[in-house]
Design a protein. Structure first.
Length: 617
């Protein structure tokens, strides 16, 4: 069966669940399970497909073009490989990233030369800053034309060099098995990250008999890449002593805990030594937020009580986090009374931003497995005074609810209300994918996360437009969980074209637009720091319901608080994707906030009208 034979493709998108959609599914099923009936020799393009399957990355997010056609031409011979045709290559890179974060596997994206490759770049930079294992494959012009400014030729390896863990330009198909095996190995080993493999068209077309190397041969072939995995025994003893002696310790759980799949070890350390756990944005989910020792989200938009605990700690145990500026505020005022134990697999992170007393280089999971038995078991009673104080701070900062801000209790439709209801109604078990801005911070603060890999967010690069495509990847990476993209009206419009992908690929991604009519987070900065000069932040948007309808996506606008619960319930039950346009309070602000460059304890808090009245009187 050829592409042109396929019913329902190349025209209008059918509604999910419709007869036409079923026909598309049937056609795709046929594509997946029928190998092309033609005998031919093995070429470089085959090696790419074989490598993906060997590495367990059976989903490929891509977009075709002239130089990668040899690869597309053989794809049908590999029915176990699923190709997802995105609508923009940026979407392919973010989808591969979302797939990786949700599944724990390596995500793969593919683009053609020139603009196809440059469109991948933002997604690779996003993966690089958040240490996500992605392999990006691009085609390039035939090797004889390299350097001649041929049509759609660009020095893409020059471009991706600073935003990938490693990259390659391959001109000989015989090198492909070794390069691809290395690429996957590098992407997932040590500190994970994106690896880019650029392949000339002639290499994709070239016949080859080169064999795939064994994992041992790959590792042996990279003598310069030997990440330290086990913590140094002496450092572990020093760390254990410091933990055993601490009176006000706080664990800082970062993304490394999730990347190392060390959530059980984290919980064991916390429980054994009775230590509260604060998490970074990307550390969300490392410990169930309902666990008695989970203390909450730290940093610029973290909880006041968490930042307060950090500032008054006598020991910080930093696990797989990198003390970036959003977490520390003004470094000279950061946790001045605390000693710092820093565990990280990347030695270059240790001592980079803050002075560290006990450095431990290693994989968080392995380090903790060796460290926990050395740590003194602390009876909860020993921490009674400390915990009472923490509990009091928490009560004061959170209000009466575990996850609620209290800002919505006056009956308005506010974003924190929306995300907290989505969290609850999905049983805190869905994969919730943020975009960037206020929506991202509201999601981090109020949804309530209970399982690892259920919260996806572009932390380091803060890439608007991440949410929609990353959610597609997450839906394929964890098909057993429901998936929501929680996006602002601005970020949604950057990658909303992927609604077409969702329909063509029959992906059930629910889209919650937190529509405040502004580029909200930038408006917030203008409100605080630029005298409310709202230049270029009011946002005129299309009618999102009509727009979704054009894609065949069921859509509803929600303007009242009372409509939130029934609409989320309907969305959960509907077979296909649903878009909800939550028309929330326009000038709501994410409180509290640490202004950039301020001390962590100097948080801007929500003005209290009662206090203002008292002061006026
Ligand atoms: C690609 C990109 N461009 C610009 C920015 C700067 N930026 C950060 S947040 C933000 C506003 C986001 O607005 P919206 O998507 O409506 O979300 P909201 O903050 O209102 O929730 C902007 C422009 C960015 N992070 N990424």
């Amino acid at each position: 069966m050829t592409m042109t034979d396929r019913p329902g493709t190349g025209r209008h998108l059918p509604g999910a669940g419709s007869a036409a959609a079923a026909a598309v599914d049937a056609a795709r099923g046929a594509m997946l399970h029928e190998a092309k009936p033609r005998g031919r020799t093995r070429i470089g393009a085959d090696v790419v497909c074989e490598a993906l399957l060997r590495e367990g990355s059976d989903v490929l997010f891509g977009y075709p073009g002239g130089v990668v056609l040899p690869l597309y031409d053989v794809l049908g011979d590999y029915p176990a490989l699923r190709h997802v045709l995105v609508r923009h290559e940026q979407g392919a890179a973010h989808a591969a990233d979302g797939f990786a974060r949700a599944s724990g596997k390596v995500g793969v994206c593919l683009g053609t030369s020139g603009p196809g490759a440059t469109n991948l770049v933002t997604g690779l930079a996003t993966a690089q800053l958040d240490s996500i294992p992605v392999v990006a494959i691009t085609g390039n012009v035939v090797s004889a034309l390299l350097g001649k400014d041929a049509f759609q030729e660009i020095d893409i390896t020059g471009i991706t060099l600073p935003m990938t863990k490693h990259n390659y330009l391959v001109r000989d198909a015989d090198e492909l098995p070794g390069v691809l095996a290395e690429a996957f190995h590098l992407a997932r080993s040590g500190r994970p990250g994106p690896v880019h493999v650029d392949i000339t068209k002639d290499a994709l077309q070239q016949e080859t008999r080169a064999a795939h190397p064994s994992p041992e041969a790959v590792a042996a072939g990279l003598p310069g890449f030997r990440p330290t995995l086990e913590g140094h025994p002496r450092q572990l003893r020093v760390a254990a002593k410091a933990i055993s002696e601490a009176r006000r310790p706080v664990i800082l759980a970062g993304h490394g805990v999730l990347l190392s799949r060390a959530w059980d070890e984290l919980r064991e350390l916390a429980e054994r030594a009775q230590i509260p756990v604060a998490h970074t944005l990307l550390g969300i989910g490392a410990l169930d937020e309902t666990h008695p020792l989970s203390y909450g989200f730290m940093g610029m938009h973290g909880w006041k009580h968490v930042n307060r605990a950090i500032q008054s700690a006598d020991l910080l145990i930093a696990l797989g986090m990198r003390f970036d500026d959003r977490v520390t505020g003004k470094v000279s005022t950061y946790a001045t009374g605390a000693r710092i134990i820093h565990v990280d697999i990347d030695p270059s992170e240790i001592g980079k931003n803050v002075a560290v007393d006990v450095p431990v280089v290693g994989d968080v999971g392995r380090v903790l497995r060796a460290l926990v038995p050395l740590v003194r078991e602390v009876p909860p009673a020993e921490r009674a005074t400390y915990f009472a104080e923490l509990a009091e701070w928490r009560r004061e900062s959170e209000g009466s609810s575990w996850h609620g801000s209290g800002a919505w209790r006056d009956g308005l439709l506010s974003a924190d209300y929306v995300v907290s209801r989505i969290g609850e109604l999905t049983g805190h078990d869905a994969t919730l994918v943020a975009d960037v801005g206020q929506n991202q911070m509201w999601l981090a603060r109020y949804a309530g996360f209970r399982r690892p890999d259920s919260h996806l967010s572009s932390g380091g690069l803060g890439t608007m437009g991440y949410g929609m495509p990353a959610a597609m990847g997450a839906a394929l990476g964890r098909p057993d969980k429901s998936t929501w993209a929680i996006v602002g009206d601005g970020g949604f419009q950057m990658t909303m074209c992927e609604m077409a992908t969702m329909m063509q690929e029959n992906l059930k991604v629910n889209i919650a637009i937190i529509n405040n009519g502004y580029l909200g987070m930038v408006r917030q900065w203008q409100e605080f720091f630029y005298d409310r000069n709202y230049e270029a932040t009011p946002l005129l948007s299309p009618n999102f319901v009509k727009l979704a309808d054009a894609f065949g996506i069921r859509a509803v606008a929600v303007t009242q608080r009372s409509e939130v619960v029934p609409t989320v319930e309907m969305t959960r039950k509907h077979r296909g994707p649903v878009l909800i346009d939550f028309q929330v309070e326009q000038e709501d602000t994410v409180y509290p906030m640490v202004a950039a460059g301020s001390a962590l304890h100097e948080m801007i808090r929500r003005p209290n009208p009662l206090e203002e009245t008292a002061a006026d009187a």
